[in-house]
Design a protein around this ligand. Structure first.
Ligand SMILES: [Mn+2]
Length: 252
């Protein structure tokens, strides 16, 4: 299992994420206009993911890095289905968003519902909605929920049911936005959503997924408040569960 660090929240550098996540490799780009930076950054991430034959875990400060990870798997000839664990739907579009927050459109971008010019620029083929499963979402905007209900994306409220629910066919890109976990068990988050599964429930769900199919890549969206990364043990609570999931995934 290779660990790749993308120390950014969108185009905003998060250099201290490196203190919290020991990686084999990091993707860093020089400063520039945000759009151009993101294109270069995500092209670099996709190239790193494509160059690894083994499962990768990619840690960043946001959910949009997922676009680059999936693009990288596609460059490797893998067309992954997507299992997206998140307290939010990440299914807003430029039309429905109230905040304009890019991370709130990550899953919509992945399936091609939020415009394709950016995803095309990084070589991403949209993932079929029927190959996407959203688990644990509990904080959705009304228009976002309508879009999701009208889509072919499958949803599961109870993360624990990933152990036995029907799943899209593997291999998978598994996306873990740490905010799916009950915020009472985590350092401060950017967008905490009360309730949700505990860390142990999420760990058990990841273990179950690793038993049930191949996790080609796991994206760890560290959506903590930026000051959290100054603490060396900021990710101590969530890293073991990610490693356990990928560790068992890479064993025959
Ligand atoms: Mn998210």
């Amino acid at each position: 299992m290779r660990r790749i660090l993308v120390p950014y929240h969108h185009a905003e550098p998060l250099p201290r994420l490196a203190d919290a996540f020991a990686a084999d490799d990091a993707v860093v780009v020089s400063k520039g206009p945000a759009g151009a930076m993101l294109e270069r950054l995500y092209d670099g991430v996709a190239a790193r993911v494509a160059a690894n034959a083994e499962p990768v875990v990619v840690a960043s400060g946001d959910c949009t890095t997922a676009l680059a990870v999936v693009a990288g798997l596609q460059r490797r000839g893998i067309a992954p289905a997507v299992i997206w664990l998140d307290a939010h739907g990440d299914f807003n579009t430029p039309r429905t968003t109230r905040s304009g927050y890019l991370g709130g459109m990550a899953l919509a971008l992945l399936v091609g519902r939020a415009g394709t010019s950016f995803t095309r620029s990084i070589g991403l083929q949209p993932v079929a909605e029927a190959d996407c499963l959203l688990a644990g979402a509990r904080d959705l905007d009304p228009a976002e929920r309508d879009l999701l209900d009208g889509s072919a994306v499958r949803t599961i409220t109870d993360v624990a049911s990933l152990a036995d629910a029907p799943l899209p066919a593997p291999p998978w890109y598994v996306h873990l936005d740490v905010d799916v976990i009950d915020p009472d068990e985590l350092p401060p988050l950017r967008f905490p959503a009360p309730g949700g599964p505990g860390i142990h429930t999420v760990a058990a769900a990841l273990h179950a997924l690793a038993r049930r199919g191949t996790i080609a890549a796991l994206g760890l969206a560290c959506t903590f408040k930026p000051e959290v990364f100054g603490q060396p043990d900021a990710l101590a609570t969530v890293l073991p569960l990610v490693e356990a999931a990928l560790g068992s995934a890479s064993q025959p």
